[in-house]
Design a protein around this ligand. Sequence first.
Ligand SMILES: [Zn+2]
Length: 266
Amino acid sequence: MPELPDVEGFRRVLRKAAGRTIDRVDVLDAGVLRGVDAGELRDALMGATFAAPRRHGKWLVGPVRAGRRHRRDEPSVVFHFGMTGSLTWSSADAERHRHDRVTVGAGSRELRYRDLRKLQGIRLLPDDDAVTDLLHDLGPDAADVDDVELGERLGRRPRRLKPALMDQTVVAGLGNLLADEILWQARIHPGRGTRDLTDADRRRLYDRLHAVLRRSTRAGRVPGWPSWLTGHRDGPDDTCPRCGAHLRRTRLGGRTTVWCPRCQPT
Ligand SMILES: [Zn+2]
């Protein structure tokens, strides 16, 4: 499932398309369009270009410009990748994948939005105010949040820590793998209360959140390295790479949660 590091990778993909005049828009499956039809998307993009894209949490915004720069009253294409979405910048000659749903071409290259499950997809918003409204309820981007703000937002109401970290209105961008990895690296049990953290817990949480995001963003995903929880959680060797204990798994906030009973005591 795409989380902040994956979407940051898709932002770099979209940046490659920026500045190139769009000469083809093919909607192969309108099931990924949200609040826009194929004709409207085509009308907005044909002959225009993308300006520099930006990301907030798991959302990717591609401002469209007809002239030299994007104006506030021009539209933006907004991507959310749901559980299975991705974006590639491909040679137009390369064979398409059967889950490629929308392609946006510029000369010999094209953006390809691929999505198996089509839970989210592509929006076309008319202007910058509409983008602001869409993203209004999101918390600060997890890569930018500072320690004071993170502590304050987590402590706003008593709840379990892992669902709070994954709540996009608290902080935007963390999904299931990241939340488990950060908590494991910080040695904090995922079911701890948000108001039961010590100052030392909060410092470790903040420190590990940024370290995990920094390294994952460089990798373009949450890497399954042998020294990380992610490298062990779904493999045959389900032992903690730090202490060797058997990892535990449970449902927490509706999601499979993996943790180490020895490193992350309750
Ligand atoms: Zn352990």
